[in-house]
Ligand binder design. Sequence first.
Ligand code: FAD
Length: 403
Amino acid sequence: MDDNTLVCDVLIVGGGPAGLSVASTLPDDIKTVIVHQDQEIGLPVRTSGGCWMQDVDRLGIPDGMYQRVQTTEAFSDNEHATLAFGDVVPVILDTPSLYQWIAQQSDHKDRTLLLGTKFLSARQRDDGLYESKIRARDKAFDRVISKYIVDASGWHFAVLNALGLVSKPQRLGVGTEYEYPLGDNAPDRALIFVGKKVLSGYGWVFPTVLGTLRVGVGVIQPDTDKSPRELLDAVVKDKAYTDRLGLKLEGEPIVHSGILPSVAYDDRLVFGKVIRVGDSANFATPTLGEGIRICMDLGRLLGEQLGLAVKTGRDRPLKTYERRCRRKLKRDYKWGFHVNMRAAKYTHEDWNASVRRMRHLGPDALVATFRGEFPPLKIARIFLSVIRPYLRSRLRRIRAGKA
Ligand SMILES: Cc1cc2nc3c(=O)[nH]c(=O)nc-3n(C[C@H](O)[C@H](O)[C@H](O)COP(=O)(O)OP(=O)(O)OC[C@H]3O[C@@H](n4cnc5c(N)ncnc54)[C@H](O)[C@@H]3O)c2cc1C
């Protein structure tokens, strides 16, 4: 074996929330290598960090890594709704510090984290081991030999694509965000905006715990050929529009951009000894593209099951991982993707009607819709809350003799 080769049990490609969460629950003595093409964990920022207090508590995310939101509003071209989430509190995560915190959870283990290092290709050798080519900026290593590979490379599908297992997604959510100083804006008010300015997508305004305000736009390509950056420029330069949203944008913003897959959920996660997790496995909700809490949950699950697989030499724990993910996501994501495909075709009038409906949705139904959760009872409630105002108005018209 030459000096440029690393040998390990598990190679994890991608040091985002999914890959780092896998490493956080792998047993301490399992030799793990993480290759991450960026120079730092969590930077550059590629996500806007929306999440929920209940998940932050459950996942044990420390104070100081998120901003609580007290008021959330939705704007379309002609409508406005204050979103009644009841006791459920949205939060905005500070993802650089969160991801670094997740990384620290495997610092004490037998794991090597290679930053500025890109996975290039892999092949399975006759002895069943995988030989992966990597390119490190410092050229320290160029090969990794591993028993297992975890594809946690996000929308790149780097490993799956290189091994010809699943090709790169062709439909993508593409976002650009400007981060401004908070200035006079409320530190606990978040917005979403939809309509003419951002058809085939939506915009958001999120306050952060660092005293900044993130204004972003995400669209689905190729459903639209518009670039999110151009759309965002048109939003922030339109003073009448930002006044209507109640925003005061001052100072030079920092620019972030990110991409995630926007394709139907595919429940095949295990391909022999290659396993996918996170955006490479389509874990973000098809409704809003919220993925961090799901990547953390299911990444931790994969770490535990993969640990068992390495220790016992059996693949059954990996099937358990695949089955539990299917149970958690498949039904919701089928409905969610249906919503996604419909919403991508909405006209600005459809968005007006949608924001009007949000005013009538009770907290349960509203939270379920935003979280992309559609158990049958909640679907029935959502349906009722949508149909009730229509039935009432029909009844009024019948009573008035106009029907
Ligand atoms: C614009 C936008 C806004 C979003 N907003 C939210 C939100 O508000 N809330 C929320 O919960 N989720 C949000 N998401 C989704 C969320 O960011 C993702 O679901 C989550 O980051 C997925 O984590 P991951 O670890 O699977 O992939 P990523 O976070 O994409 O991490 C994968 C990492 O792998 C690295 N990598 C890729 N290829 C290679 C390679 N060949 N070699 C080495 N390294 C490689 C990449 O550099 C990347 O850092 C948003 C996404 C986008 C694009």
